[in-house]
Design a protein around this ligand. Structure first.
Ligand code: NAD
Length: 411
C-alpha cells in the first residue's frame, strides 16, 4: 500500500537521520508539529446561507526562526497533508539557508465555487481567526488556491485589525503592496540556476536535451531561461498533451501560442505526444514541473534521462526513486530544486522589515548565490556520506535544525 504524504516525509526524515547519526531526540521533535491549529470559519454566503469552513495552520518547527509560507485553499485539504507540507517547508527553509521554520495551512474549499466577494471575505476571515501571526511568529504566503491578490487582502485585514503597517507579516503579495520583485518567477529561476550547476558537475553541454513536464509558472519560467541561455528544450507537456522537436523548441513563441490557445498542443514544427510518452523520451535532463508522483513504480523502468530535476513537489515516489537510482539516474530533490520561492519569500520579509525594496537584478543575484550555495552544500554532504542528493539535502537541514534545538536546550 502506498504511503500518505506525511508517512513519506517521515520515511525520508528517518532515512537521512540514520545515515548522519542525527540525535534521536532531535528526530523525535520532527516526528510531530510543534503546534496545530484547527479552526472553523463561519461565513454568510452571498445568498444568505450560513456555511462553515474547515481551516488549518501548522507550525511544524520554529527552531531556525519564525514559521512561514503556504496557505492552500483546496477542496481535499486535510491535516495529514498540512503536516507533511509543514515538515517539507521546515526542511526546505533549512536547505535554502533561510532563517525560518516551516509552516503550512489553508482552508478546505474550492475557490472556484466562491464569488469574488465570498473569496475575499474568506481570506480576511482566515487571517482574523489565525491565532498567532506577524513577522516574528508566522508569515503566511501563497500556495494552491491563493495568489498575490488573496495575500494583499490578508495583508490589508491584518493591518486593519492590528492598526499598523507590517509588510513583513505576509508573503507573496503584489509589488504594489510592498511585495518583492521576482515573486512569481522565483521558483523557475531557481530551477534554472541549480540545473546549470548540476550540468557543470555532470559535464553536460549546451546540446543536452531538456524535457519539461508543466508549462505553468515554474516550467514556463525555467524553459524561457534555458532558451535565453542557449540550452535546448526538446519537449514540453501540460495537463492536456505534450509536444516534441528534437532540434529544440522556440520557447518565447510557444509562450505566445499558449497565451492564444491555452495549451502547448498544435505548436508549429512540433509533433504531438502524450504525457506518458514525454516522461519516457530519450533525453539528458527531465524536469517534472507539474504534479506529484508522475515518476512511479509503473514507469520508472522506462525513464531514460540521466538527470531528474524535481521542480514539482514530490514528483518521484519512493519506489520509483529506488528504481531510478539503480539505473544510475541522478535525482536533484524538490527541497533543493524548487526552494527558489522560499528563498525569495525570505527576501520579501527582509525587505518588509527594513522598508528597503530591491531591484529585480538584486533579488536575482542574491537568489543565484543562495540557491547555488545550497546545491554545493547538498552535493558535498551527499558525497561525504556516499548517499543520494535527497539524503544530502535532508542531512544538512536536519543538522542545522538539531544544532539550533540543542543550543536552545530543547533536548
Ligand atoms: P501552475 O498551475 O502554474 O502550472 C502547472 C502546469 O502543469 C500547467 O502547465 C498544467 O497544465 C500542468 N499540469 C497540471 N496537471 C498536470 C498533469 N496531471 N499532467 C501534466 N501536466 C499537468 O503550477 P506551478 O506554480 O508551475 O507549479 C508546478 C509545480 O511546482 C507544482 O508541483 C508546485 O507544487 C511546485 N512548486 C511551485 C512553486 C511556485 O512558486 N509556483 C514553488 C514550489 C513548488
Amino acid at each position: 500500500m502506498s504511503m500518505n504524504p506525511f508517512e513519506t516525509s517521515q520515511a525520508t526524515l528517518h532515512t537521512a537521520a540514520k545515515i548522519a547519526g542525527i540525535d534521536e531526540d532531535a528526530v523525535r521533535f520532527l516526528e510531530q508539529p510543534k503546534r496545530i491549529f484547527k479552526f472553523t470559519i463561519p461565513m454568510k454566503m452571498d445568498n444568505g446561507e450560513l456555511r462553515f469552513f474547515e481551516a488549518y495552520r501548522v507550525h511544524y518547527n520554529d527552531a531556525l526562526g519564525q514559521v512561514k509560507n503556504g496557505l492552500r485553499f483546496v477542496p481535499d485539504l486535510d491535516l495529514d497533508i498540512v503536516k507533511a507540507l509543514g515538515l517539507w517547508m521546515t526542511i526546505k527553509h533549512a536547505v535554502g539557508g533561510i532563517p525560518a521554520g516551516g509552516g503550512k495551512g489553508g482552508v478546505k474549499v474550492d475557490p472556484r465555487t466562491l464569488s469574488e466577494d465570498e473569496y475575499e471575505r474568506l481570506c480576511r476571515a482566515y487571517i482574523r481567526n489565525l491565532p498567532m501571526k506577524g513577522a516574528w511568529v508566522d508569515v503566511p504566503g501563497a500556495d494552491i488556491g491563493t495568489s498575490g491578490k488573496t495575500m494583499a487582502w490578508m495583508l490589508d485585514e491584518l493591518e486593519s485589525i492590528q492598526q499598523f503597517h507590517q509588510p513583513a507579516a505576509i508573503n507573496d503579495k503584489p509589488v504594489a503592496t510592498n511585495g518583492t520583485q521576482l515573486s512569481m518567477e522565483a521558483t523557475g529561476t531557481g530551477v534554472f540556476f541549480v540545473t546549470r550547476e548540476v550540468m557543470k558537475d555532470m559535464s553536460m553541454g549546451k546540446d543536452s536535451k531538456i524535457v519539461i513536464q508543466g508549462f505553468g509558472n515554474v516550467g514556463r519560467t525555467a524553459a524561457l531561461l534555458f532558451h535565453e541561455a542557449g540550452f535546448k528544450v526538446v519537449a514540453i507537456g501540460d495537463i492536456k498533451n505534450a509536444i516534441h522537436n528534437e532540434n529544440g523548441i522556440d520557447i518565447p513563441a510557444l509562450v505566445e501560442h499558449v497565451k492564444k490557445t491555452g495549451f502547448v498542443e498544435g505548436f508549429a514544427d512540433t509533433e504531438s505526444m502524450t504525457n506518458a510518452e514525454l516522461l519516457e523520451l530519450p533525453c539528458d535532463i527531465l524536469i517534472p514541473a507539474a504534479v506529484q508522483s508522475v515518476l512511479n513504480a509503473d514507469n520508472a523502468d522506462r525513464i531514460k534521462a540521466k538527470l531528474v530535476m524535481e521542480a514539482a513537489n514530490g514528483p518521484t515516489t519512493p519506489e520509483a526513486e529506488e528504481i531510478l537510482q539503480a539505473k544510475g539516474i541522478t535525482i536533484v530533490p524538490d527541497v533543493l530544486t524548487n526552494c527558489g520561492s522560499a528563498i525569495v519569500c525570505s527576501f520579501e520579509r527582509t525587505q518588509g522589515l527594513t522598508d528597503d525594496y530591491w531591484t529585480v537584478e538584486k533579488v536575482t543575484e542574491k537568489l543565484e548565490e543562495r540557491i547555488t550555495n545550497a546545491y554545493f552544500a547538498t552535493r558535498d554532504t551527499a558525497k561525504k556520506y556516499g548517499t543520494s542528493l535527497r539524503n544530502g539535502a535532508w542531512i544538512n537541514a536536519l543538522t542545522k535544525i538539531a544544532n539550533s534545538m540543542k543550543a536552545r536546550g530543547w533536548y
